[in-house]
Design a protein around this ligand. Sequence first.
Ligand SMILES: Nc1nc2c(ncn2[C@@H]2O[C@H](COP(=O)(O)OP(=O)(O)OP(=O)(O)O)[C@@H](O)[C@H]2O)c(=O)[nH]1
Ligand SMILES: [Mg+2]
Length: 388
Amino acid sequence: MIRTAVEPKPAEPAETKAEKKAEPAVEEPPKPEVERAEPAPPEPAPQPEAKEPESAAAEAEQPEPTEPAEPEAKKPSDEDVKALKKGLASTRGGFIARLAKVFGKKKEIDPALLDEIQEVLLTADIGVKTAEKILERLKERMDRNELSDEDRVWEALRSEARAILATRGRELDISKRPSVILVVGVNGVGKTTTIGKLASRYKESGKKVILAAGDTFRAAAVLQLEVWGRRVGCDVVKGKERADPASVIFDAIKKAKDESADLVIADTAGRLHTKTNLMEELKKVVRTAEKALERPVDEILLVLDSTTGQNAIQQAQLFKEAIPVSGIALTKLDGTAKGGVILGIVDEHDLPVHFVGIGERVEDLREFDAPTFVEALFAKPDDESVAA
Ligand SMILES: Nc1nc2c(ncn2[C@@H]2O[C@H](COP(=O)(O)OP(=O)(O)OP(=O)(O)O)[C@@H](O)[C@H]2O)c(=O)[nH]1
Ligand SMILES: [Mg+2]
C-alpha cells in the first residue's frame, strides 16, 4: 500500500540524527538555487564611432552590426573557482600543498623532480593507475622539453587532470516526462541529502518533482526524505515499513505518469556492498522501474563519499557490475584531504561526474564542471588570482 506524503507537518524526526547522521539542515530556510556558471552575457557590439580615418572608409560599406558578438567559450568564473577552492581546502592542504613543497625546495625541473611528484601523486588517493598515467604524460612532456619551469609543470598537471575529467563530460538527461533518476550508493554516502538538494534545484527550475522513498529498511530514512519533501514542496511516495523498494518506486513512477510530473528521484537503501543481496535488490529495482517506465531508467546516479578515498573507486566497480550506473555524485569533498580520488574514479570507470558536494547546505551541491574544478584544485597555493 502506497501513501503519498505531503501531509500535515509531523514532528521533525529528531531521532534520525541520533540513529546515525544529521538530518537535512532543516534549520535553514530553503535556499534552492541553481549554481550554474552561466556564460557572461555577451558584450554589446561596439558602436561604430571614433574610427581611424582609413578604417572608417572601409567600414562605412559594412552593414550595421546588429548581432552581439558570440559569447566566448565558457571559462571558469572566479566566483565558482573561489567557492570550490574553499570546499576543497582539505585536499588542497594535502597533496596540492605537498606538490608545492616539492617545487619549493627544487628549482631545477629535472627527472628527480618527477620522482618527487610521483611520490606525492601515488599517495594522494588518485589511484595508482591514474597517478602513473599522469606521470607518464609528464615524462613525455619533459622529454619534449615542454616543462621548462614550475608554472609549466603546474599547467601540465592541470591539463592532464582536465583531459581525464572533461572527456567524460555529459549532461544529465532528464528531458523526458517523466524522467527517472535512481540514486544508489552504500549507506551514509549522502544519497538522501543529495536527493533533497537535487529536488530543490529542479523544483526551483520549474519542474514537478516526485520523490520515491525506496529506502524502506529504516523508518528514519523515509522520514528524512519526507522532511526534504516538505522543505522543497514536492510529494513523497512511500510504502509501509519494510515494503518492497521496487514496488514503492513503481508506484512513484505511475503517479508521475498519472500527474504528468517531470521527474521522479528515487532513494534506495545503502547497506554494505559486501552483502550481495543489496546488488540483487538494486537489479530488481532497475527492472521494475523500467517496467513502469516502459523504457530504460534515464539516469542511475551513484553517490560516492570522497572521504572514503580509494574505497570509492572499488564501490563504483561493484555497482557498475550490477546495474547500468550512468554517472556520479561525489559528496563530502569539504571534509576530506582525499578529493584527488575524483581523478581515479573517472579515469578507471569512465563515468561522468555530474555533481560534487562541498557541504551540507542546498547550494553546496554543485554542478560539476571540469575546467572550474581543475582550476580550483590545482591552483598553486600562492596563486593570488584565484585566492579564496
Ligand atoms: N560535509 C558534507 N556532508 C555531507 C555532504 N553530503 C552529505 N553529507 C552528510 O552526510 C550524512 C549522510 O547523508 P545521507 O544523505 O543521510 O546519506 P545516505 O547515503 O542517504 O545514508 P543511508 O540512508 O544510511 O544509506 C548527513 O549528515 C549529510 O548531511 C557533503 O557534501 N558535505
Ligand atoms: Mg538515505
